[in-house]
Each structure stands twice: as structure tokens, then as C-alpha cells.
Write a protein that binds this ligand. Structure first.
Ligand SMILES: [Zn+2]
Length: 77
């Protein structure tokens, strides 16, 4: 199931996590896009935070399509 990934953003202190990784200001300023659909992310629609292959952080919005794409891409790694 996908619950463990979804939980990350839903149950945790999202603001705290974003501040820790230095992305909070960028989210608030509207500078970070969903890595799948390029929609601008907000604290409301941010769903998944993960480390990408470049060891940088990527973000996925709460669109079910994007979550599905993210999960698909994880299968290949
Ligand atoms: Zn998206």
C-alpha cells in the first residue's frame, strides 16, 4: 500500500520538515513545482517529499495522478 509515503506529509510536521531541508521559504514563495505536473506547490497541496537521484529533494502534489506516477517511478529504482 501507499500509506507509508502519503503519511509522510500528512501526519508529520510538514513545515518543520520543509524548514529543516531549507525549502519552506521556497514553498511559501511559490517557487517549487510538483516534479510530475509542474503545478506550483503550496503547504496545502504538497503531498510527498523525497530525495531524488541527485540527492536533492523533490516534491509531488496531492494529485492522484502524480502520486501514481511517483510510485511507478520508484519501482524502477
Ligand atoms: Zn502534480
Amino acid at each position: 500500500m501507499n500509506n507509508n509515503i502519503m503519511k509522510f506529509a500528512v501526519d508529520s510536521d510538514v513545515k518543520g520538515i520543509l524548514k529543516k531541508i531549507g525549502s519552506y521559504e521556497n514553498i511559501v514563495a511559490g517557487k517549487i513545482e510538483c516534479t510530475i505536473c509542474q503545478q506550483l506547490l503550496t503547504l496545502q497541496n504538497l503531498q510527498i517529499i523525497y530525495k531524488n537521484k541527485e540527492n536533492d529533494y523533490s516534491f509531488v502534489c496531492d494529485n492522484p495522478y502524480c502520486i501514481e506516477q511517483y510510485l511507478e517511478s520508484k519501482k524502477d529504482i
